[in-house]
Each structure stands twice: as structure tokens, then as C-alpha cells.
Design a protein around this ligand. Structure first.
Ligand code: PXL
Length: 286
């Protein structure tokens, strides 16, 4: 089929901006595609989804992974871009080098670079691998240069720069080095460090620190997915990167604070808090 007009960056085309997630399915509903769609809904953008892999998973871990064939991934992206258009997008679990290459090809074909958030997902909270070892170089060379914003956590940033990162100065040096790999901005997340959760954004000119009080909780499954989806939602609404990251941080922090126990492992965050005050009211805290 011949594609119709390329479809990005046309705010106002529909009454609701369209955000697209290209990611893996989490049957437990707390991470991946499911977290992304809940985040899009909560933040008032229309959510579309391209599934790259199906995981059999709950709050305790991943039991099985089925990669979707690339000849079913590319048409999913084409179908959404051609008809709905894409005002903001994110990538999450990409699993293999072939999937990374397919997604990179489609991002270029549809000109999604200016609205693309790349979450360099490598390992799940449970420790299970979500990106094959031999796909890391593909991610670095084929997808990072296409990203408007890259959102590594500390272990992912360490893989990208090939050394350990401990001090604040090392985080800043890593951000500079990661920008050399091609993304227009990088935000190194502070969730894996101690003390306040400080995320550091570098856009080539300035550093911006986004700080939130650390919430002591087990319910952190899907936080990375939720954060990158919230940034994509902000870009879809026409926010610039600094505004989108600030809004995403506020949304995620409140969602972590409002999480209620669900499952026997790392529970999900409360994606729906802007739509429902129920969790706080149940606890008599609202
Ligand atoms: O948070 C990374 C991630 C991404 N995608 C899927 C996941 C997870 C973490 O569990 O399950 C499908």
C-alpha cells in the first residue's frame, strides 16, 4: 500500500493529540504498553499502540517472551501514522536487533524524530532481560540518533557509556557523552541512586535538574515506562522538552505516592490519579 501524507507535528488535526507507544505488552498491566496507554489516557491524549513483543509477566517477574515478527511491527506503525497521525511517540521494549532496525526505519519514514522519546529499556525491575545483549549496539547506532529525548536510568546510562557512574560529576560527564551518540536531549534518571530522586536533563546547552522527594515503596513496577510515556504525552500536547519532562516528573511522583498494593511483588503505580481520587479517599488521606 502506498502511504498517504506523512503524519507528524500537525497539532490541531484532531480535537485530541495522538500519542503512540511502540513497546512490549506486560500481561500484569503495570509496565509496557499497558502502562503507556493508561498514562496517555490520564494525561488527556489519545493513545495508540504498536506491540513489539508479548511478555507473560506479573509483579514478580517475566515468564515468557514472544517477539512479534518485524513484518507485523512495521505495518502497525504505518497503519497508525497513515490514518491517525502521531503528535508524540515513545519506544520501550524492543527485544531484538531486527526489531530495533524496523522501528528505526519506520521512525525515519514517517519523520517522527522531533516527537520521539526513546526509553532504552534493557532489563525489567525483576532482573529479566528485555533487550538481547546483541541488540544493544543496534539500539545505540540505529535508534539513539533519532531520539528527541533519551531516558536512561543509571544502569542503562552505564551500558551506553561503558563505565560505572557514581558521582554527580560522573552523571554530568555521562550525559555529555551520551549526547554524542545522537539524541537531541538526554535525561539520566536518579531512581537508582540514594537520597532524593534527582533526574538530570542535558540538551547540549544546559543542565536541568528535576528533583522529587524519594517515596519509600515497593510499587515501582513500570515507573520508567510511565515516565517516558508521560514525556511523549507532553510532546504530543505541544510542550517543549523541559516542560514535558517537568510535567512527567510531577505526574509520576504523584502516581508513585498514590500506589496501592497489588500483586505479590513490585506493584504498579496509580496511573489513573488525575482521573480518580479514589485511592487517597479510601485511605482517608484526601
Ligand atoms: O520498565 C521496562 C519494561 C518495558 N517493557 C515491558 C516491561 C518492562 C518492565 O517490566 O515489562 C513490557
Amino acid at each position: 500500500m502506498t502511504p498517504r501524507a506523512p503524519a507528524t507535528g500537525a497539532p490541531g488535526r484532531w480535537a485530541t493529540p495522538v500519542a503512540l507507544t511502540i513497546a512490549g505488552s506486560d500481561s500484569g498491566g503495570g509496565a509496557g504498553i499497558q502502562a503507556d496507554l493508561k498514562t496517555f489516557q490520564a494525561l488527556g491524549v489519545y493513545g495508540a499502540s504498536v506491540i513489539t513483543a508479548v511478555t507473560a509477566q506479573n509483579t514478580l517477574g517475566v515468564r515468557a517472551v514472544h517477539e512479534i515478527p518485524t513484518d507485523v511491527i512495521a505495518p502497525q506503525i504505518d497503519a497508525v501514522a497513515e490514518d491517525l497521525g502521531v503528535d508524540g511517540a515513545k519506544t520501550g521494549m524492543l527485544s531484538s536487533a531486527a526489531i530495533v532496525a524496523t522501528v528505526g526505519d519506520r521512525v525515519r519514514r514517517w519523520g517522527l524524530q522531533r516527537v520521539l522519546v526513546v526509553d532504552p529499556v534493557m532489563v525489567a525491575k525483576s532482573g529479566d532481560r528485555l533487550l538481547r545483549e546483541d541488540a544493544v549496539q543496534a539500539l545505540i547506532h540505529e535508534l539513539l540518533p533519532l531520539a528527541e529525548v533519551l531516558t536512561p536510568n543509571l544502569p542503562e546510562a552505564e551500558v551506553l557509556v561503558g563505565r560505572t557512574i557514581g558521582t554527580e560529576a560522573e552523571v554530568r560527564r555521562a550525559a555529555r557523552d551520551i549526547l554524542e551518540l545522537g539524541p537531541r536531549a538526554v535525561i539520566i534518571k536518579g531512581g537508582h541512586r540514594s537520597g532524593d530522586a534527582v533526574d538530570l536533563l542535558f540538551d547540549g546547552n544546559r543542565f536541568h535538574a528535576f528533583s522529587a522527594r524519594r517515596v519509600e515503596t515497593r510499587n515501582t513496577h513500570g515507573t520508567g515506562c510511565t515516565f517516558s510515556a508521560a514525556i511523549a504525552a507532553g510532546l504530543a500536547r505541544g510542550l517543549d522538552v523541559v516542560e514535558a519532562v517537568g510535567a512527567a516528573k510531577a505526574y509520576l511522583t504523584a502516581a508513585i505516592e498514590r500506589a496501592v498494593p497489588l500483586g505479590h511483588g513490585h506493584g504498579p503505580v496509580a496511573h489513573d490519579w488525575p482521573l480518580s481520587r479514589a485511592p487517597l479517599e479510601r485511605e482517608g488521606r484526601a
